[in-house]
Design a protein around this ligand. Sequence first.
Ligand code: KIV
Ligand code: ZN
Length: 503
Amino acid sequence: MEKVIIFDTTLRDGEQSAGGALTAEEKLEIAKQLDRLGVDVIEAGFPLSSKGELEAVRRIATEVRRPTICALAHAQTEAVDAAWESIKDARHPRIHVFLSSSDIHIFHQLKKSRDQILEASRDMVARAKGYLEDVEFSPMDATRTDPEYIYRILEAVIEAGATTVNIPDTVGYTIPQEFCNLIDGIFKNVPNIHHAVVSVHCHNDLGLAVANSLAVLDHGARQIECTINGIGERAGNASLEEIVMAIKTRNDLLKYTTDIDTTQIYKTSRLVSDLTGMSVQPNKAIVGANAFRHESGIHQDGIIKERTTYEIMDPESIGLAGTTLSLGKLSGRHAFRKRLEELGYALSDEDLSRAFSAFKELADKKREITDRDLEALVAEELRTVHETYHLEHVQVSCGDPSIPTASVRLTGPERQLLSDAAQGTGPVDAVYKAINRLVGVPNQLIEFSVKSVTEGIDAIGEVTVRIESEGKRYAGRGAHTDIIVASARAYMNALNRLLAARR
Ligand code: KIV
Ligand code: ZN
């Protein structure tokens, strides 16, 4: 069976859509998890966009050694040079050059001629090739480009040294049959096409990104560009987990392999949604909260008798163990560490101590602790963001009728204790106002969502927020059985990220 190269662009196309929400540490943490997941290529960022982005890509290139680390550049000298600068220390570096090819883009946006575009594409691929062997080229908006012109561009860039040519459906416009015809045309009309790997990069504006990506495999495409949870510009990119699980589950028809360790999928999905603040919709295929949940009586009856009646995939195959932790209030540290290790978390002694005391606190409040609770707890305790301000205490008074009032106490940057109180339209508003009085960083709350990690009245509540300050967005997440505490923690998390990024 032929292998499909999995090119993950969560940290580039995905992060672009999250408004640059990730810090360098967070990008690195995701890159390390993508490595464990087994992706072949990590597109780590667009280094020309900022110095911070260049540094973040450089750190990934230095610390993540197995996969190819790719940096994106538009077809301009400075962009290609910045891309090289960021990945030159990678064990397997790649530069991905792109330039729009459709008339709509080149005449209206770039205001250039077709010949100028072809020349710039060829020249910038040649420039990248001067730095390294592995060069990818994408004619942006390929699916709305005159195919004859794509053939000419591809022939020129392969001649200049491109080893992968990627066909992006930038605006998610194509449908499977049309996309297959385009790929067939490329194989038929580009004389040197066999010197390059043909890749695809599909957006999901019509909900067809995964279908389009899978359809072209039988037509010769051997690399798929995708993202965790399908995040990406607008409606997102093809979702990695859907592509990989479709190939695995329907291997009778999709006779290909990938190097993905599917048992890492769930964990990677959680990490990406925690750090980007982009929640996964409950009915999302593979990783949504309802993906393996059976509601109707008839379905439940079938599942009890024989799982395969209504389940085409084993939840364990994506790393969703779903078992209930048989630890309680009286359980020891050793058993706790062992369960975390089984879930794939290797904690230092210091982290373990923090997580263990959080576990004990939770065990006092919650009768049954599931693996999902444990994951929420670990995510809460072990986030890598440096805490400039730490939440020590929060208390609210609210009701009907009443004026919601909150008091908070924080530890500040010099370890000093700070406290204040505020009133708001509701308890969360009051808490956020009190925190703002102490931290004093102007920002706007643009998203707030709360969901429960598991069923039941004693469930952990997970709050995700996004704040905006000086045109940049920062996500924050907090979990607690008390949703006001979870809300305060999520806000503190976002503020600490903002402060870390500014530093
Ligand atoms: O969607 C797109 O066209 C892109 C390119 C940079 C490949 O993301
Ligand atoms: Zn894209």
